[in-house]
Ligand binder design. Structure first.
Ligand code: 6PG
Length: 519
């Protein structure tokens, strides 16, 4: 009896809190809480993040050297409870049931190959979580394939880069609720925390596909935010004539106001950074003006079109990346095509700085309005029931688009779950109505000076279209009916109408069953 009590006492001390004091041998003998496959930088950091929250983690990788590196890092970072394994079979054998495995390998084929390799050793009730930036239909396909074996699958968007993966990312999971419930205790601890009181930047996004969709739109908004900041930088540099240090101070200053965000913060740091390869100037001026991309912004624009949702700001950001990519063509064009004459508009510096700050704020809100609109449309179509206030809440910390503005966006959708467009939320409507003249002055200044502001302008046009109760679409309907007999509806009576516009126009006969066309 005494021995049993002793053993029980010994067992109780092996709690998560005390796990960090276990020896490597003891850890090796344990069943781990979770596995992580794929040890590139994101994978390593996320594994260490989970281990530093007291979860025992088994890791594996296609090339074993990364396993050794990760095990060493776990040791160096405070003997974290992490064990390395060298084959999928050994990896899976180390996990307690139901097994939970996070995959962090390159999106696409490598994910399928990894699932194939590990699922062989898994059983009904286990969970695989793919943390890559994946095209959401691929996740739906994988879910259907794994479901046949009883293995549950979660597609989880992860944002925050390497630093976020280690110290707290924003995690956007979508998949079967039962699977989510199994991983919730882990992800709640490992996600970034934000708000007052602090809350984890994660939550249940919805069924399979929803998490990746939310992450995809996050990235579309990320493209928009970056482009907007780029345009403001262009105006500050080429119209106002500010130097890098002065701009850095301005962005730093903006970062303590309502533009406070990670991207504004890093922009200040980027602008201030001196070049370390040469003794002269700043790194930013030496960087080639061609934007790279991995494609999530393009998916967002494709999806916006698929859902018939206007997202011109995000599309303008994508287009700007394409135009930037044609550097050689632009260099040639710059010798042929001219901007406006030398007469640059005179600007009052204080006024333009204040205008830019306000324009950036208005455009950012518009960008979120467009992104949320895409998510809402897809959620309705796929019956995902995505909670937009949760999306905004999850983005408040850890991710690339984290910004103080997101607390207000969260509040707007919490106040009204059926909010049709963020712009019509009372608080935002009031703010944008009050700041719109600053926005208009910035766009006008850009146009007059020949400095393109595609995202700022697209956002303003969206605002000006969305706020008007009558658009010139009546004329377009008339044109469609003129050349194609597509019919139109009228403002004064119900029904479908066609007009014999001129002599040559044919009578299209009975209009029953004809429609003016779906959106
Ligand atoms: C994040 C980032 C991350 C990645 C982007 C870069 O949320 O941590 O969005 O996912 O940095 O995918 O995207 P592009 O290469 O397309 O700019």
């Amino acid at each position: 009896m005494f021995l049993t009590i002793l053993l029980f006492a010994a067992f109780c001390t092996t709690t998560l809190e005390s796990i960090q004091t276990l020896s490597t041998n003891e850890i090796n003998r344990m069943s781990c809480d979770i596995g992580l496959y794929g040890l590139a930088v994101m994978g390593q950091n996320f594994a260490l993040n989970m281990a530093s929250h007291g979860f025992t983690v088994a890791v594996c990788n296609r090339s074993p050297s990364k396993v050794d590196t990760t095990v060493q890092r776990a040791k160096d970072e405070g003997d974290l409870p992490l064990i390395g394994t060298k084959s999928p079979e050994e990896f899976i054998s180390k996990l307690s049931k139901p097994r939970k495995v996070v995959i962090l390998v390159q999106a696409g084929k490598p994910v399928d190959l990894t699932i194939e390799a590990i699922s062989e050793f898994m059983e009904e009730g286990d969970v695989i979580i793919d943390g890559g930036n994946e095209w959401f239909p691929n996740q739906i396909r994988r879910h259907e394939e794994l479901e046949k074996k009883g293995i549950m699958f979660i597609g989880m968007g992860i944002s925050g880069g390497e630093e976020g993966a280690r110290n707290g990312p924003s995690l956007m999971p979508g998949g079967p609720r039962k699977a989510y419930d199994l991983i919730e205790p882990i992800i709640m601890k490992c996600a970034a925390k934000a708000g007052d009181p602090e809350e984890p930047c994660t939550g249940y996004c919805g069924p399979i596909g929803a998490g990746n969709y939310v992450k995809m739109v996050h990235n579309g908004i990320e493209y928009g935010d970056m482009q907007l900041i780029g345009e403001v930088y262009d105006i500050l540099k080429n119209i106002v004539g500010m130097g890098n240090d002065e701009m850095a101070t301005l962005f730093e200053d903006w970062n303590s106001g309502d533009l406070e965000s990670y991207l504004i913060e890093i922009t200040a740091k980027i602008l201030a950074r001196k070049d370390d390869l040469t003794d002269d100037g700043y790194v930013v001026d030496k960087i080639l003006d061609k934007t790279g991309m991995k494609g999530t912004g393009r998916w967002t624009v494709q999806e916006a079109a698929e859902q018939s949702v206007a997202a011109p700001l995000i599309a303008a950001s994508l287009d700007s990346r394409y135009i930037s990519g044609r550097k050689e063509e632009r260099v040639a064009a710059s010798k042929v095509l001219q901007g406006p004459s030398n007469e640059m508009p005179q600007v009052d510096k204080d006024q333009i700085l204040s205008d830019l700050q306000q324009a950036l704020y208005c455009a950012k809100v518009t960008s979120y309005a467009q992104g949320m609109g895409i998510i809402q449309a897809a959620s309705d179509k796929n019956e995902w029931d995505v909670d937009l206030s949760l999306c905004a809440k999850m983005w408040r910390g850890g991710c690339i688009i984290r910004a103080s503005l997101l607390s207000k966006i969260t509040a707007a959708f919490e106040k009204n779950k059926d909010l049709q467009n963020l712009l019509v939320d009372e608080t935002f409507a009031e703010e944008i109505n009050a700041r719109q003249m600053a926005w208009r002055r910035v766009v006008s200044l850009g146009v007059a000076s020949g400095i393109a502001t595609p995202a700022l302008s697209a956002a303003l046009s969206y605002f000006d279209q969305y706020r008007r109760d009558r658009l010139p679409a009546n004329l377009i309907q008339a044109q469609r009916d003129f050349f194609g007999g597509h019919t139109y509806n009228r403002v004064d009576r119900d029904g479908t109408f066609h007009c014999l516009w001129d002599e040559t126009h044919k009578d299209i006969g009975d209009l029953t069953g004809r429609t003016a066309g779906e959106l």
